[in-house]
Design a protein around this ligand. Sequence first.
Ligand SMILES: [Zn+2]
Length: 304
Amino acid sequence: MHTTFFSGGRHDRTANDRAEETLIAAWRADPAARFIPLWRGQHAFDRAGKEGGLRLLMPNRSAFPSPEAGLDRLPWTYLGRDAQGPIFSVDLDAHDAPLALLPPGAGPFEALRPLAPLLPDGEPALLAQARGMHHWRRTHRFCGSCGHALVPEQGGHRLSCDQGHLHFPRTDPVVIMLVRHGERALLARGVRFPPGNAISALAGFVEPGESAEEAVAREVFEEVGVRVRDVRYLASQPWPFPGSLMLGFHAEAEETALTIDASEIVHARWVTRQEVRDADPADFTIPDVTAIARLLIESWLEEA
Ligand SMILES: [Zn+2]
């Protein structure tokens, strides 16, 4: 089994405790309870670690200025426990000056993507959980059945309205696939990629009423006009931008001629292993270790 980046959390989610409202409230009031602040997709980090290491900033309750006036008014989620006690996340999105609500010296808030590889094992998974939960909460403020306001329950893991409709956290499945033909593999640059020369495996959302393997075949044909067979699952990865589950595959192409869907793909090309190993960054780059596409490409490189 592959352990992918953003999985491998070291905390115990203790899901069976979530329904114990009194217990969760007591844990939240514990001076040692830790809180991970989230603000508009960004995070605060602690750089005081040894050897320039970076850690996620998760101050305990006693470090917050007047928690009753600040911390306790923020939307929160119970994430789980580790040997040091309970861990919660708090969402500061509604505040234009979030640092005022945090312990003195905290911050600044920074983007996750460039810093994620520097975090210690387990923390990327904790963040993936927190980001996914709060994204779901922010985008599900009203009941889809009756339109009434939703209220969090079960440590933030369930939302309910006054009509008794229940809503549960959402994860969107995405297939990502390295398409292969003989000695070559297909890498493409998507229209929504950040500026640069990055190319990667093809990917797309799974639709209702199809298996993940069927989604692989459909997406490859839609994006580059290639029929595939022998679709093989390799690994999965939580992808907290904002809340997907990536399902990684290899697939064999039946043909090499490409018909590019310009609404999805800027360009696509067949590359050999040697071309990937010797790639000049001015020509193309492949995704970093935080992306499951890297694992799909490296497992192909290791075959020869
Ligand atoms: Zn409702």
